[in-house]
Design a protein around this ligand. Sequence first.
Ligand code: ATR
Length: 309
Amino acid sequence: MTTRPDQYAVMGNPIAHSKSPRIHALFAAQTGQRLEYRAILVEPGGFAAAARAFRDAGGKGLNVTVPFKQDAWVFADLLSVRAERAGAVNTLIFEPGGVRGDNTDGPGLMRDLTVNHGYRLAGQRVLLLGAGGAARGVLQPLLMEKPAQLVIANRTASKALELALRFGDLGRVSGCGFAELAGRQFDLIINATSAGLENVVPPLPDDVLAADGWCYDLTYGSEPTVFVRWGREHGAARSLDGLGNAGGAGGGSVPAVARNLAGDRTRDRGLAGWVRFSWLAYGMNNRAAAAGLLAKYRCRYEAVSRPRR
Ligand code: ATR
């Protein structure tokens, strides 16, 4: 008798652009997992009902993307320490004892930026655009690298200020609206807004990127995103999109799939080659080694979980 493959999905709005189903299928094939992973479009306000329906139908876990990361945080029964701090969840795992919530956005970004691209954050002036679920997930690991300063700028300035207060014990972080960026310069600008979905870039001063500065868009698309193009047009030494951390957003929900092992260096060879390269890049050139790594991630997740209520 064949059992039904484990069911996973990513929920968001929009969701059609997501590469998570392909990435997970490839990881699963390489680790011998039987799973089905779908992309599910959820209407605004409908997250909790959709997540509950997925779980009740036997779903094992979910990834969560814009605009539902804060809804997912509310939905979880158990939170990892980093998810609790972020106030946002991108990964839900359904277990008999309750729903576990984690946030792998930060590790995904940090690995892509520092390992794949060799960027050193220490001492840099960093500008984070946005104060929603995506921004919340990356603040802690960014501050842990000790940038000279981290400024959060948001369309709704009060949300940026609130977030700066929430993370103020971890380093030099402040919040403001876009207008207050006039006359300031940054070595790294990270776009954590969802403005790109409307094909716009937040209103930034033309000289806000320092000479040789880098731009990083947490989102990605089949074409360079509008923010990646903005970076190129404004002289960025590197202007990167978030495809290299897509496994970070996706990998964590599937215990058997190591998170964000993928780098974007081999994108040209196609996604299959790209994932295989990532295994090799991390020394994961055989299934046993991969299984060890997967177990390690799983344990670390267990270790940081704690009850919220
Ligand atoms: P995500 O999970 O991607 O962070 P979110 O929680 O809905 O999604 O947050 C979206 C972020 O993008 C917010 O910071 C939002 O700004 P507001 O807090 O002012 O709403 C920002 N954003 C969305 N559309 C934008 C636009 N057109 N220009 C600038 N910022 C925008």
